[in-house]
Design a protein around this ligand. Sequence first.
Ligand code: ATP
Ligand code: MG
Length: 595
Amino acid sequence: MYDLTEFNIRDLSECGFMVRQLGKEAQSMEAASKIIIKYLYDNLVNCQTQERSCVLIRLFKTHSYGNLTPELQKYVQHTLNKTEINHDLKCLTLLATAGEKPEWNYRDKSLGHQAIPLVDEEAISKAPMISQLIKQLGVEPGVLIQPDPDLFVYLEEEIYQIFYVPNALCSPYIPAKKSFVAPFNIKSVLGCGGLLPSGDTFVVLMFLKAELPKATLDLLRHLTLNIKMAILPFDNNSIFINSGQYNIINQVKDVSEQNISIDNLQSEIDTLNQLLNVSEKSTITQSQSLERVIQELQTTIVKLQESNTKLLHTEKMSSLGRMIAGIAHEITNPINFIKGNIVYARKYTENLIELLTEYQKHYPIPVHEVQEKIDEIDVKFLVEDLGKIYKSMGNGTEQINEIIQAMRNFSRMDKGEFQKINVQEAIDNTLIILGSRLKANPKSPAIKVIKEYQDLPLIDFYPNQLNQVLINIMSNAIDAIDEYSQQRTTKDIENEDSRIIIHTEIIKQANTEIITSDWVQIRISDNGPGISPELQKKLFDPFFTTKPTGKGTGLGLSISYQIIVEKHHGNIICCSEVGEGTTFMIQIPVQQKLG
Ligand SMILES: Nc1ncnc2c1ncn2[C@@H]1O[C@H](COP(=O)(O)OP(=O)(O)OP(=O)(O)O)[C@@H](O)[C@H]1O
Ligand SMILES: [Mg+2]
């Protein structure tokens, strides 16, 4: 089954092969045509509805009156209304037909098209479709009426055109609009054909329920050649089924049988050559479009990978943000409760101490048991220490509030517009979030953070995104230091603390498209193991990771690159030497170009 609206080179090859094979089983041109036309009628379908694409499909061949069967000769006599007819008169003869109405499946049941005498140019021009079709095939009607054998040798090689009328209902070339085109819902008409070595023309006409794309039309030219190959062996001899005596009646008498078969063989070779040529051309066109499609697919895959990468990371960051916002929210109430109650606890304690002092004033010598308790709990120290405890509790709650504020700032969602961002604040918030990872643990010592901040202006940045970059780079530094400390001896660690230095400064950047030349630079250096030059080349590639599965996705730096370089027109540079640690430099224009 082939769908002409999606006809491809594979369909063409299969269909062409079948057409040629089917032709081989026949004993006459009519028989070959019938099998081929029936095959096309049954196999050209709309693949979605399984409905046949052709309302009617017919194969015609020009044929000399003298070579027609007696029935057809009578038919022509009746058409022309005379009995004396020149035997050389060409008649467009219906050889095979298949269609929706039962009578369209028998050539001898056609009322008007069994054999159309091509009397003269004027007569031909009265049948607009036939004359247009013939012209479209590249043959002048005059040539058709009186074939010039020499001209045909040339034409036969050239002509395997197709004729296509896209909007059948509006076309001046298509007759019987009311009785045929409209009621049978015919959308377009396709004609294809060519010349045979005898000088005769063959034409296949398809009345279709769909309009065909240009690509299909190009491919159908090949089908014409395949049909020609199938009927070619019968040219000049067996035309009609069971009518040997009518075939070759009127052949040019000085052409021997041998010559005919040599001519036919030559024609077969020529047609095969043409088939090869057009096949090669379509293979080239198809492979070019395949290459294009592959290229497009590759670009799409890269884009998909990129957006997937972004999505993954955005998802990662937003769940981190949500989690942090959730924790901040949950801690707020109890901490406010503690903070509020500390004030009362302090006041009540002060009251109790005052009361105790009053007691001591009025009863300077307490009973033995009370004195014993006073000594046991060391009241003097307790009173002094309580003040300090309340002070540190107050400081502690203040600190927790600061952490909550930092967590809130960190998880502030992307508003989709540049905002003025305080770089130092973003760094401090990130350090608070990563606080627990900087502390000593059984596997690695504490990491010292050294801040070297220069006063910086606020910079234009998408909110939350600088946090993403900082958290990526700082967690990489912590990971690297942690991993390195497993390899270092205690002595090494004593000699050199694990440390991260964060340095900020204003730099001037020349040759930049950004309006301002003021940039800020954040340098984050660690004294981890460093990165080899080979690995440095891959650092910013999506999915590049040296961490075990489940620990690293290899997205941190590629996302950071996108944020800094692509979204904020900055730079992100890595300087590293194995054994010497790593520095990431983030350079960002203070002001972003609007629009
Ligand atoms: N400061 C550093 N010191 C040593 N190696 C580093 C450093 N920063 C990055 N790397 C190397 O670069 C690789 C890629 O880092 P990247 O942040 O893109 O991915 P990742 O950390 O492996 O995974 P994740 O997606 O979880 O961040 C790391 O696996 C690591 O090998
Ligand atoms: Mg990382």
